[in-house]
Design a protein around this ligand. Sequence first.
Ligand code: NAD
Ligand code: PRE
Length: 361
Amino acid sequence: MRTALVIGTGLIGTSAALALAQRGVVVHLADHDPGQARTAAALGAGTDEEPAGPVDLAVIAAPPAHVAAVVADAMRRGVARGYLDVASVKGGPRRELQALGLDLSAYIGTHPMSGREKSGPLAATGDLFEGRPWVLTPTRDTDTEVLNLALELVSHCRAVPVVMDADAHDRAVALVSHMPHLVSSLVAARLEHAEEAAVRLCGQGIRDVTRIAASDPGMWIDILSANPGPVADLLTDVAADLQETVGALRSLQSSDDAERREGAGGIQDVLRRGNAGQVRVPGKHGAAPRVYEVVAVLIDDQPGQLARIFADAGQAGVNIEDVRIEHATGQQAGLVQLMVEPKSAAVLSSALRDRGWAIRQ
Ligand SMILES: NC(=O)c1ccc[n+]([C@@H]2O[C@H](COP(=O)([O-])OP(=O)(O)OC[C@H]3O[C@@H](n4cnc5c(N)ncnc54)[C@H](O)[C@@H]3O)[C@@H](O)[C@H]2O)c1
Ligand SMILES: O=C(O)C(=O)C[C@]1(C(=O)O)C=C[C@@H](O)C=C1
């Protein structure tokens, strides 16, 4: 692939454009808000000038409710040899395109399983998709050339291609993305009117559970509107589990020993099932989660601290695999947890200590 046109230069479009541009593809950027395309271009994702002729691949990264119309418009204008979209739902957009009577051999629906709770080009990064699954939903009618262009995009983004049927994809993401999103929102919603004294105590646990509740509601209304049935079915099961859990907790309040034992058994069952499900969550590249060792560093909440830690780790020859930051409530300080290979933990601790960092056990 030598040229591409990204239509919709928000988080996902700009992240894909950055990856393509970094691999030498000439990328054109378009958005119904020209300011977004200009911002993406300023970030180095390509040019916001129109291509002179058809490009190799058009990547449509508009919100799900607009995808079919944008793909159809791009196809009618003949802007590319192949067309793909990255919407979080796959069955609906394909059916909308079929209803428009278009020849869909040059189109493939796709979905990168990576994102963020933030929107817009400024949240984009060229490595957003690295090691993540990227679903492709070709049909018997899809041109081989178009499938290959999609595979090339996935490869440039260093993602892992996964081929699926569009409706099977929608059922799967109901389980691993859409239902969890609503559960996260429901947990976060309990904080809306909670007392400040309680909210101040928020630690890493609730941050992990509620991060995605910060996402754009407009985008998620689009996503859920295109997949309501499977999500409702899953939430019905969650509701039944919640009902049983409430029952078990009420039993734990009882003065009767036998009832309390039964309640404890019910809770233990929920926690055990949670453990069993959690270990099935794959790490990057679809592999089992890696076990890293944590080196915790206490930092002042000042600009440039993280960059200095990374530079010092680099000088010590240690690769940081992942990072987490815990901000101490009401204090200008934070705890940075650096995840490293077990063999590198002692090296990193001592190198950072030598450079004056406060290491916490
Ligand atoms: N956010 C995620 O985590 C995530 C992950 C994977 C896939 N997706 C999918 O990627 C797509 C883009 O999501 P995002 O998170 O980048 O959203 P975003 O809000 O960051 O960007 C969407 C962009 O599309 C533009 N746009 C809206 N209507 C348009 C139209 N008719 N024509 C051209 N441009 C238009 C907007 O101006 C905006 O710049 C969605 O279909 C979403 O389902 C999102
Ligand atoms: O990590 C996040 O912020 C996301 O919510 C990303 C996430 C997901 O559920 O995994 C959200 C929706 C997209 O369709 C794909 C990825």
